[in-house]
Every structure is written in structure tokens, then in C-alpha cells.
Design a protein around this ligand. Structure first.
Ligand code: AMP
Ligand code: ZN
Length: 112
């Protein structure tokens, strides 16, 4: 999508601190980290949010979780939080599906 921030990062039109890339996913550091480790796991395919995924995207959604596990393992994260904000009311500010991978500090529940 032409003017989507995360599509532009995927196309390298905007710089980011990329930590992982494969055929389907890009992972980069959040520009405003909320924990010592705060990564964004993004499908290269533009999906506005989780609600925009269809049955055809099942493998992609599974892949994104596998990428999270691989990064958690590589970073020796014994505890982490994997979260997606769906919709403005849940705090979504970028309309391209992404999972936050947060680690390195105690996490509160429920989240704010
Ligand atoms: P959300 O609010 O759940 O949609 O998450 C969007 C995240 O993208 C926020 O945590 C922002 O800090 C992060 N963000 C926004 N712009 C950039 C950028 N240019 N590079 C990296 N992360 C960004
Ligand atoms: Zn996009």
C-alpha cells in the first residue's frame, strides 16, 4: 500500500532497525520502546489489522508467531508478551497488522 508506514519500511523507503527478514515477514525495533526489548513483527503483505486477515492468511498468521518464538529463543527471553492492538479503541495507531514482542521487564496484567 503506497502510503502505509509499515509498507514503506518493508520497501526500505523509511529507515528502521531491522532484526529479522524472511519471505513473509519483517521485524524491526519499535521507535518508542515500551520495554528493554520491543520488536514489531510485521507481515510484508499489507493487512490493515488482524480482522482483515482471511482463511487464506492462516499460514501467514502462524508464521508470524513462529518468528516471535525464534526471536524470543535467540534473545534468550524466558518471559515475553506478544500482543496486537486491533482498532483505535485498543490502541492501534498504525493500520498495518503488527505484533509487539515485549520483554526484559516485569509485565502488568491487565494491560492499560
Ligand atoms: P500500535 O499503536 O499498536 O499500532 O503500534 C504501532 C507502533 O509503531 C508503536 O509502538 C510506535 O511506537 C511504532 N512506530 C511508529 N512509527 C515507527 C517507525 N517509523 N519505526 C518503528 N516503529 C514505529
Ligand atoms: Zn501496509
Amino acid at each position: 500500500m503506497a502510503d502505509c508506514l509499515f509498507c514503506r519500511i518493508v520497501r526500505r523507503e523509511i529507515p528502521a532497525q531491522i532484526v529479522h527478514e524472511d519471505e513473509q515477514a519483517l521485524v524491526f525495533k519499535d521507535i518508542s520502546p515500551q520495554a528493554p526489548t520491543h520488536l514489531l513483527i510485521v507481515p510484508k503483505k499489507h493487512l490493515g489489522s488482524l480482522l482483515d486477515a482471511s482463511d487464506d492468511d492462516r499460514a501467514l498468521l502462524g508464521h508470524l508467531q513462529r518468528v516471535a518464538c525464534l526471536l524470543a529463543g535467540a534473545g534468550r527471553m524466558s518471559s515475553f508478551r506478544l500482543v496486537t492492538n486491533n482498532g483505535k479503541g485498543a490502541g492501534q495507531s498504525v493500520d498495518h497488522l503488527h505484533y509487539h514482542l515485549l520483554a526484559g521487564r516485569p509485565m502488568q496484567w491487565p494491560p492499560g
